[in-house]
Design a protein around this ligand. Structure first.
Ligand code: PLP
Length: 533
């Protein structure tokens, strides 16, 4: 292997200095020369030594403390892994099934909304692990809950009861429309369970002769079909994939489960025509489409679906895997619509980064489920449930959700003011809470790459990512005040022309908005320059 970058193997010739621009320059000279010889220069942005890196012009003592913290984090991140980014990427290529087109980044540590790569470069994380790290990286209360529970009991299987599992179920029930909860390990598994529960419910219900509604509809057999929406995403396992709209995800694995129907998001009339035929077991809908490009449902649409389901006995399933649990500024994304589902699926942020999924159901749905109908070895373990309880505590702490709303509002306002009408490729800024995005009429991929070069992690979403890109911002809920402006500054001050889109027209996003790389905001806030290696 090439030279390892474990700094413990370097001699103590460590020095550092501040540059005028506020960067802290660190260098390790290797006398041990473990294969590579020469020293390695690492730049740590001085401002990013504290999270967030906003209070830079401070006293010497504060500055020293910030530098010490940066140094510790850098050392911990690097020495813990003992591999360079390139070595990790080479090993990935060799040993892993190539299902992910990963960005060329290897992260070794995270704190708050900052991630550090194997070479010590820091990145502002505006993705939160695709809407997972609701409390940011390394949150103290979450860490305490996880380490305490891990030291007591991690896993017992679902053959036995456990205290964190019932406590979490109780909390979810008390905080929602639901009467009962089933735990899974991911979003796709939650939807898989929801499909099974919906089918079982329809089977049990259709067998009840006294159910007049079903007799009136002239149903002979239990309804098994499913309705879903274009641009919707529900997961990658076969059942959930059958109701995920992206054709390229589904085609290679056909035949999928039969009887899945896709409608335009909002096409109540089309859905109604099909559902009144009596064969549809459930309608799966995201109150705010996430992967599809952040589209909140129109109120009359969700309310119309509820009414239709009430009239026909079809179950209404809200997939809140991405938009739920505070992401929109409400605990549940469906809250402002004033309608409840029969089933709601959750996952991503629930355990703050540990794998979990949950299916929340009404008593009516639950009563159709018997022992042995579904299960999972790992699901709802004491460890993940303890983690999830700590996340719920935080989400439900007074002020947390309000702050998601105000931060999301600031982020949208900032992006709208700076981009809409000013850059010809930006057609819209939309979103709700901290699920925000910028619609472009060109591919967003080059912008994501350029932002990455500049030290900010963003992702894309949307319908046709090659022709109409969507830049998605899904920071964690603890995103500090002013980081919305900060995120904007990243986009605007990216100096790396070679990282910009190749086509001349696509350069516009960057070139039109080039700005000085440093700016004073208030008295103490200064945009740090980012380190490049
Ligand atoms: C709305 C929605 N449902 C389901 C899933 C699948 O979740 P997972 O990746 O945990 O299986 C996702 C993932 O992005 C999602 O956004």
């Amino acid at each position: 292997m090439a030279a390892a970058t474990n700094i413990a193997s370097y001699s103590s010739s460590v020095w550092g200095n501040f540059t005028q621009s506020g960067e802290f320059l660190r260098s390790w000279s290797s006398s041990a020369g473990n294969g590579g010889g020469g020293g390695r220069v690492v730049r740590v942005t001085a401002c990013s030594a504290q999270s967030p890196p906003l209070q830079w012009q401070q006293s010497d003592a504060a500055r020293d403390a910030a530098v010490r913290l940066a140094e510790e984090r850098l050392q911990a991140g690097m020495s813990a892994q003992n591999l360079s980014s390139q070595e990790v990427m080479d090993a990935d290529k060799k040993y892993l099934v190539p299902t992910y087109a990963r960005a060329p980044l290897v992260f070794v540590s995270g704190q708050g909304c900052w991630l550090t790569d194997a070479e010590g470069k820091e990145y502002l994380d505006m993705t939160a692990g695709i809407a997972v790290n609701a409390l940011g990286h390394g949150d103290e209360s979450w860490l305490k809950a996880v380490t305490e529970q891990a030291s007591v009991l991690t896993h017992v299987s679902n053959l036995y009861h456990s205290i964190p599992q019932v406590k979490l179920a109780e909390r979810l029930v008390q905080s929602s429309f639901a009467d009962r909860v089933f735990f899974s390990n991911s979003g796709t598994e939650a939807n898989e369970a929801a499909i099974k529960f919906a089918r079982k419910y329809q089977r049990v219900t259709s067998e009840k002769e006294e159910d007049k509604r079903w007799l009136k509809l002239g149903k002979q057999e239990a309804a098994t079909e499913l309705v879903a929406f274009k641009n919707g995403f529900h997961g990658r396992t076969l059942g959930a994939l059958s109701i995920t709209s992206k054709i390229q995800y589904r085609t290679p694995f056909e035949p999928l489960i039969p009887g899945a129907h896709f409608f335009d998001f909002g096409d109540l009339e089309g859905v109604e025509k099909l559902v009144r035929g009596g064969k549809v077991a459930a309608i799966f809908v995201e109150p705010v489409q996430g992967e599809g490009g952040v589209y909140p449902a129109v109120a009359s649409f969700l309310r119309g679906l509820r009414k239709l389901c009430d009239e026909t006995g079809t179950l209404l399933v809200f997939d809140e895997v991405q938009c739920g649990l505070g992401r929109t500024g409400k605990l549940w994304a469906h809250e402002p619509y004033g309608v409840h589902p029969d089933i709601m699926t959750l996952a991503k942020p629930l355990a703050g980064g540990l794998p979990i999924g949950a299916v929340l159901v009404t008593e009516a749905v639950s009563s159709a489920i018997s022992y042995g109908d579904h299960g999972s070895t790992f699901a709802g373990s004491p460890l993940v449930c303890a983690a999830a309880l700590s996340v719920m505590d935080r989400l439900q702490k007074p002020g947390f959700l309000e702050s998601v709303t105000s931060k999301g509002c600031n982020l949208r306002t900032t992006l709208t003011e700076k981009l809409v009408g000013k850059n010809k490729h930006v057609t819209e800024v939309r979103g709700v809470g901290l699920l925000v995005g910028v619609q472009l009429d060109v591919s967003a991929n080059p912008v994501v790459e350029a932002a990455r070069e500049a030290g900010m992690i963003l992702i894309t979403a949307g319908k046709d990512q090659n022709t109409q890109g969507f830049l998605k911002f899904i920071p964690h809920g603890k995103l500090r005040d002013r980081l919305d402006d900060y995120a904007w500054q990243f986009l605007r001050s990216n100096p790396r022309s070679e990282a910009c889109p190749k086509k001349e027209t696509e350069h516009a996003l960057w070139l039109q908005e080039q700005a000085p790389q440093q700016r004073l905001v208030g008295e103490t806030w200064r945009l740090p320059r980012f380190a490049f290696f």
